[in-house]
Write a protein that binds this ligand. Structure first.
Ligand SMILES: Nc1nc2c(ncn2[C@@H]2O[C@H](COP(=O)(O)OP(=O)(O)O)[C@@H](O)[C@H]2O)c(=O)[nH]1
Ligand SMILES: [Mg+2]
Length: 237
């Protein structure tokens, strides 16, 4: 606010307005209203649309879209299932690096969720890595309705070199992305805060990285309501 604007408000008005307008935010800066909007959106029906192995199979829709990315086994399927309250919507597995397809889920005709293939699995051949990069890169560049990419990072491992490569790719594509920590039940609060601080220090080198890091656990339900609220806000913008 400009100083001149402030001067125009009388002291009496200022204090009443502040008391009325101040939203009650919790420690993560999410208001109860925002949490409620997120809760309602994710209580709605979410359906699997299709799995695309090639760019021409990607669904043509103008719904706002959020993509989930992360190293294999990071807990991506578990997080999508927990967010949407569905046990088996996105397939969870212990054999990482298998599928190279983008799975699309439609949440109540309001939001499209794109589950990008996992990356960073050590045993994957070079040609598979190239295949991944080609598919994901062309998806990122051609998807105007893509509001944000959530880059999932395992709380126990922090940012790995493959994460940094993907972050560079997103910076170059100028696609807004945000880091979501998974499996935060596996580390203590102090370690979690330390990891977030470390990521924030790296953030200045990444032009398209959103400053907020959200810590989640699908197993314990940590951070799920905040993430729902953030995604709901993104599809309203
Ligand atoms: N402790 C813990 N384990 C999790 C959590 N989310 C997923 N996992 C486990 O991590 C493994 C990989 O999960 P999955 O969702 O299939 O990962 P994806 O390969 O990224 O889709 C599975 O054994 C899950 O049970 C979590 O929040 N906490
Ligand atoms: Mg998966």
């Amino acid at each position: 606010m400009f100083p001149s604007d402030e001067n125009e408000i009388s002291e009496e008005n200022e204090s009443t307005e502040a008391a009325e307008a101040a939203p009650a935010f919790d420690e993560d800066g999410v208001s109860p209203e925002q949490l409620e909007v997120g809760r309602l959106l994710f209580a709605k029906e979410c359906t699997f649309v299709l799995g695309a192995v090639k760019l021409d199979q990607i669904p043509t829709t103008s719904l706002p879209e959020i993509a989930f990315a992360g190293r294999s086994n990071v807990g991506k399927s578990s997080l999508i299932n927990t967010l949407t309250r569905r046990k088996y919507l996105a397939r969870t597995s212990n054999t990482p690096g298998r599928t190279q397809e983008i799975n699309f889920f439609n949440l109540d005709e309001k939001l499209m969720i794109a589950d990008l293939p996992g990356f960073g699995y050590a045993k994957v051949s070079r040609s598979r890595v190239e295949e991944w990069t080609k598919l994901v890169n062309s998806y990122l560049k051609g998807r105007a309705q893509l509001r944000r990419v959530l880059l999932l990072v395992d709380s126990r491992h922090g940012l790995k070199s493959s994460d940094l490569e993907v972050m560079k790719m997103l910076d170059v594509a100028a696609v807004s992305y945000q880091i979501v920590l998974t499996k935060s039940d596996k580390i203590g609060k102090v370690d979690c805060a330390r990891l977030i601080k470390k990521i924030n220090e790296k953030a200045k080198h990444h032009t398209a990285l959103h400053p907020e890091v959200i810590a989640t656990s699908s197993r314990k339900g940590i951070g799920i309501d905040i993430l729902r609220a953030r995604l709901a806000a993104l599809c309203e913008d």
